[in-house]
Design a protein around this ligand. Structure first.
Ligand SMILES: [Zn+2]
Length: 186
């Protein structure tokens, strides 16, 4: 429901979307007082730029090997403060991917598996199309991100635990080569 609402607002009223939906700020982080050290890396804590860049590079390579190459590297915003996270409306989430526009990482999301998780969502949006990806089953979208990011948590909170095992069962029959063609049919 929230996804559909976001889609409608983004399509119909970009200005209203800017005002109403904090995640949309990812397209112009400078407006939110962030420093973009490159086209694809922004943060509110430039003292941690190297750490952020290393996390981003590791995640890109990891996702490339696990799932295939990302065509267009997304802008990733690494929030080093709660104020930054709140300005994007992250709430308790460790990260958030907004279509193919960009990714925001929360203060607690500075970990390899969290950054990989969001990059997998970005790749889903590239391969399936971001509007189509919104219509796919949650077990596919979230299960893939939790499973293939190698999230180390043995037990996730529900429904994510269920999504991950459902995805793993499906993936065992599909394999890496057919993952996108089969995902397209779901
Ligand atoms: Zn996710």
């Amino acid at each position: 429901m929230l996804k559909r609402l976001l889609l409608v607002v983004m399509l119909c009223t970009p200005l209203a979307a800017w005002a109403l939906l904090k995640p949309v700020r990812v397209v112009a982080p400078e407006w939110a007082g962030l420093s973009c050290v490159t086209d694809t890396l922004c943060t509110d804590d430039v003292s941690r730029t190297l750490e952020a860049a290393a996390l981003y590079d590791e995640a890109l390579t990891f996702v490339d090997v696990a799932l295939g190459a990302i065509d267009n590297k997304p802008r990733v915003i690494f929030c080093g403060s709660d104020a930054c996270s709140e300005s994007f409306g992250l709430g308790r989430r460790a990260g958030m991917t907004i279509g193919t526009f960009g990714i925001v990482i929360n203060t607690r999301g500075w970990k390899p598996f969290y950054v990989r998780h969001e990059l997998i969502h970005h790749l889903q949006n590239e391969r399936l199309g971001m509007f189509v990806a919104w219509t796919k089953p949650e077990w596919l979208v979230e299960g893939m991100a939790y499973a293939l990011s190698e999230d180390p948590r043995q037990k996730l909170s529900e429904p994510f635990q269920q999504y991950r095992s459902e995805f793993e069962n499906w993936y065992a029959t599909v394999g890496k080569e057919r993952i996108w063609s089969e995902a397209g049919k779901l």
